[in-house]
Each structure stands twice: as structure tokens, then as C-alpha cells.
Design a protein around this ligand. Structure first.
Ligand code: DGL
Length: 279
């Protein structure tokens, strides 16, 4: 790999409001072992899922600017809430032409609707008809998932469940509470849609509770989560746009929260040692 023009290390940035994006980071780092990644967790301001779109836009822009300062010209919003509530506005009004900010929604919807990257053909019928969406209140309120789905598929019935409290419980390291909340959110969803064929974990924190979701949903429900789908899609993007890949060797973890506390919780959930530094 050649250094970029300024000779500055250029890694890829991964952003989330907190710990959830680490599920995406793990998958992209496995898929692209030569690419250095800088992770930014805005733990001081998590959860985003109960904030207004303006607030989410401002916080996400500040975090992305910090990643640009680390030499990451390409930043992945590994946060559905930011992808749903802020990404389009960022791309339309704020991101300069020499930078890229990409979200985590589209790869998931392409997988669900059996499409290759960039297949913009008209919407068509797909195999799944009843889909349960689990996401934060802000993501559910944005209806971004339904909008992206409607571009690609017809006749899919989506029942969305805002999962209040789950991100908070995870950020606080309270696995028992997070599991109990997952069970109760799945029960509420099932009262409205008793037999979903597929379930989308539409928040990057939720794969940390994937077992609880699968158990509550039952073995017949296919659970889609984003990490591996985003990893494939990033590998594909970097192949098509190699100018966004540089020579940096510095992977690091930045947080707006207390680095010792956040490192502790990250190590607990990812089950490997992770050291955060102050952003
Ligand atoms: N991981 C973020 C997402 O994917 C979390 C949201 C939050 O902070 O509420 O939506």
C-alpha cells in the first residue's frame, strides 16, 4: 500500500454512539486484516436512540471530524441511529468531495432482498413476507428502514419494535437487564406479528445480545445482523475506491467517555482485551 499524498497514515474510521459498533469493527478487521481501523465511541453521549435528529446530526458530525483528524478519509457510521437520522443530511449538506461517510443500512437490506451491491432495478417480490425490525426509538421513528426496503421489495410486511433501554443496559454492562428487556421487546413484537420469518437486529449493539434475541424468537426465525454484511460491503468498496485506503498502521480506540470504564465494558462484551484512549 502506498502512503497518501500528505504522507499521513490513513486508516478507515468506524463510528458508533458507544460499544455497539465494536461488533462491526470485529468483522471488518477480520475481513480486512491489513487495513488499520480507528474506532470512535461517543460513550459520553450514548444512547443516541432517544435524541432528536438535530442532536444526532451534530454529535455525529463532531465525531466524524475527529476521525478525519486521525487521517480517516472514509468513515463508516456503524450506528443505525446515526445512519437513519443523520447520514442523508450529512451527505447532502456537509461531507466534502474528498471524504466519504457510509452507513450500515443498505448492505443489510440488500441481503434481505437478495440483491447485489448497487442493483437499482425496480422493487420486486422477495422470499420473506413478514419481517420483524428491532431498533432504537429514533431509528424506528425515522422509518428509514421501511423507506430503503420499499425501493427494493414489494409485499413485505414490516413490524418495528422500538427497544427502549437495551442500549443503556449494554453501555452500563448490565447483561441480565439487557436480556430481560430483549425478551420483553420480542414478546411485544410477537403480540402484533406472531410468526415473523426474519428478524433484523437494526442496532449495532444488539448482536451483543444475539443469543437472547434468537432464543426469544425461536429457532425458525432467521436473524439478520449487520457485522459480516458490512464487512463484505466495505471490502468491495475499498476494492472499487482504493484511493480511500492508505498506508496507516495505527489502529486505535477512542472514546468521549471514561477510557478505563469503557475499556472494561468493551472487554466484557467482546470477550477480548480492548484498550480505549480519550478522544
Ligand atoms: N449502536 C447504535 C445503533 O446502531 C446505538 C444507538 C444508541 O446509542 O441508542 O443504532
Amino acid at each position: 500500500m502506498a502512503p497518501d499524498k500528505g504522507g499521513q497514515a490513513m486508516a478507515v474510521g468506524i463510528f458508533d454512539s458507544g460499544l455497539g459498533g465494536l461488533t462491526v469493527l470485529d468483522a471488518v478487521a477480520r475481513r480486512l486484516p491489513d487495513v488499520p481501523f480507528v474506532y470512535f465511541g461517543d460513550n459520553a453521549h450514548a444512547p443516541y436512540g432517544v435524541r432528536t435528529p438535530d442532536d444526532i446530526f451534530n454529535l455525529t458530525c463532531a465525531a466524524v471530524e475527529r476521525l478525519w483528524a486521525e487521517g480517516c478519509d472514509l468513515v463508516i457510521l456503524a450506528c443505525n441511529t446515526a445512519s437513519a437520522a443523520a447520514l442523508k443530511r450529512m451527505q447532502d449538506t456537509w461531507v466534502p468531495p474528498n471524504k466519504r461517510v457510509l452507513g450500515v443500512f443498505v448492505p443489510l437490506i440488500e441481503a434481505l432482498t437478495e440483491r447485489q451491491w448497487g442493483d437499482n432495478s425496480p422493487p420486486r417480490e422477495v422470499a420473506v413476507k413478514h419481517v420483524a425490525l428491532f431498533a432504537t426509538p429514533a431509528t424506528v421513528a425515522s422509518r428509514a428502514f421501511q423507506r430503503e426496503l420499499a425501493f427494493r421489495a414489494i409485499g413485505v410486511d414490516v413490524e418495528a419494535q422500538p427497544c427502549a433501554g437495551v442500549v443503556d443496559a449494554i453501555e452500563q454492562g448490565d447483561e441480565l437487564l439487557a436480556e430481560a428487556l430483549v425478551r420483553s421487546h420480542v414478546e411485544s413484537l410477537k403480540r402484533r406479528m406472531p410468526h415473523p420469518e426474519a428478524a433484523i437486529l437494526g442496532c449495532t449493539h444488539y448482536p451483543l445480545m444475539q443469543r437472547a434475541f434468537q432464543e426469544a424468537l425461536g429457532p425458525g426465525v432467521k436473524v439478520f445482523s449487520q457485522a459480516n454484511l458490512v464487512a463484505e460491503s466495505l471490502a468491495d468498496y475499498l476494492q472499487r475506491r482504493p484511493e480511500f485506503r492508505g498506508a496507516g498502521t495505527q489502529s486505535k480506540f477512542l472514546t468521549t467517555g471514561d477510557p478505563a470504564y469503557v475499556s472494561d465494558k468493551a472487554t466484557q462484551f467482546l470477550r477480548r482485551p480492548i484498550r480505549f484512549e480519550a478522544a
